[in-house]
Design a protein around this ligand. Structure first.
Ligand code: TRP
Length: 445
């Protein structure tokens, strides 16, 4: 069985090249080999954007487009939206008994972020508990692996610890302890040389930047501040422009040559940057093109994320159930009978048709192909009754058919409806035959 991966991003704006190197590139690489769950962490994004939920909502689209643009395959990867999997919050609340305020107050990532945001004594609880909530994201799908950058590794350790404590307390294996999966070889600072690249810092190159924007930003990239003239020998190590070359210029020879000349003082910043621009533009070109394609099918991407969320819910419900069983707090579940709304039932169009032709579909023992006449049209219907009936059993019969079913391809033939039959004790379905005075095309109510 494929190992399961969970990773995610907060929707707070367009994604930049740092996101790409930090996790997207790796996720694209892993999507064939692993069962990947990719979360849009919109609930987490609200913890420091609750004053602007519209921005978070809008950013979900940006994220979907960026995912599609870099080559995330929505058929393989389960992209999902955190707020649509409410089980995560249930899991979180049971986990929260296993962490203390004291622990959170020493959490390295949280501490840094709190200092940056300067919340002080009015730190919102939502933000304070997000590292804990994040563990529930991972545990809800029983992830085996979490691909993160180095700075996020403590998050996975937190998650393991919570799972371990929960399992130990209730003598269970309900929660799986995930492992960290490192994959980032190179990341880049912001164009101003700041360690972190970010929107608020105004130092990011976005995956969706146009050629002009890219050029402008590349020429703003910080270089060796001590080098005034192109003829001054410069430092390559830790030099932002060369960190970018290392990350984005596949022409190693060119990069080495530039580095050598930079050290000697025989190359100007303009040439170094022009070559970086060309390399980065080559990298971004196909991403931009794919993004345009994504914009044309944005509805499909959204639907896919909603369906993905439903799938994750199924998995997460099992996790919740296991946790409750472990704590022995579960109640027997009664499965409610599925119901169909009146309005939905009324959408079914069932009509009586006359079978004018019937034959076996070649190369299968299952299917019969029926041609059925209704008052004003003829349809082809494939039915899996060949085991029980011969074509002759159908010919000339008036039978009810569901006619507004979406057509479906079977063995290269289109089935344009479904006949109605009842169960029988010996397993042989019996098709319904209305009274002989029912005319072809009559609607069934
Ligand atoms: N914290 C991540 C970010 O800042 C998003 C995230 C939420 C996440 N839950 C996660 C990442 C679980 C990996 C695993 O974008």
């Amino acid at each position: 069985m494929k190992k399961r991966i969970l990773t995610g991003l907060r929707p707070t704006g367009k994604l930049h090249v740092g996101h790409y190197l930090g996790m997207l590139k790796n996720t694209v690489k892993l999507q064939d080999e692993y069962e990947v769950f990719l979360m849009i962490a919109n609930v987490q994004a609200l913890t420091d954007n609750f004053d602007n939920p519209a921005k978070v909502k809008e950013s979900i689209k940006e994220l979907l487009l960026d995912f599609y643009a870099v080559g995330i395959n929505f058929e393989k990867v389960t992209v999902f939206i955190q707020s649509e999997v409410t089980e995560i919050h249930e899991i979180f609340i049971y986990l929260s008994n296993f962490a203390s305020i004291q622990q959170l107050s020493h959490h390295p990532t949280l501490k840094t972020e709190l200092a940056q945001k300067g919340f002080g004594a009015s730190t919102p609880l939502g933000f304070y508990i997000y590292p804990l909530h994040q563990a529930a994201d991972i545990l809800c799908v029983n992830a085996d692996l979490v691909p993160v950058g180095k700075d996020q590794a403590p998050m996975v350790e937190d998650c393991r610890e919570l799972a371990r404590k929960f399992n130990a307390m209730y003598k269970t294996e309900a929660l799986k302890q995930p492992e960290v999966l490192f994959g980032v070889e190179k990341n880049v600072p912001g164009i101003d040389g700041n360690d972190k690249m970010g929107k608020s810092l105004g130092n990011a190159i976005y995956l969706s930047d146009s050629e002009e924007e890219l050029r402008k930003k590349v020429f703003q990239i910080k270089t060796d501040p001590n080098r005034i003239h192109a003829t001054d020998p410069g430092t390559v190590e830790g030099n932002t422009v060369f960190l970018y070359h290392d990350a984005f210029n596949p022409n190693i020879e060119e990069v080495n040559n530039l580095k050598e000349r930079y050290r000697k003082g025989t190359v100007g910043d303009v040439e170094v940057k022009e070559k970086l621009f060309v390399a980065m533009n080559n990298f971004l070109k196909p991403i931009r093109a794919q993004r345009v394609e994504g914009e044309n099918k944005l509805d499909e991407l959204v639907t896919s994320a909603i369906n993905g969320s439903l799938k994750v819910r199924q998995v997460a419900q099992t996790t919740v159930q296991k946790m409750k069983q472990a704590m022995k707090i579960e109640f027997p579940t009664t499965v409610p009978a599925p119901t169909v709304a009146y309005e939905d039932f009324a959408k079914l169009d069932i009509r009586v048709g006359t079978v004018v032709h019937a034959e076996k579909v070649p190369d299968t023992d299952k299917l019969l192909r029926l041609e059925i006449n209704f008052a004003h049209e003829k349809r082809q219907v494939l039915t899996a009754l060949a085991e029980f009936y011969a074509p002759e059993d159908f010919i000339g019969k008036n039978i009810p058919v569901l006619v507004n079913l979406a057509p479906r391809q079977m063995r290269g033939l289109e089935s344009q409806g479904m006949i109605l039959a009842t169960d029988n004790e010996n397993g042989k379905p019996v098709f319904l035959i209305p009274e002989s005075n029912v005319h072809s095309g009559a609607k069934v109510h």
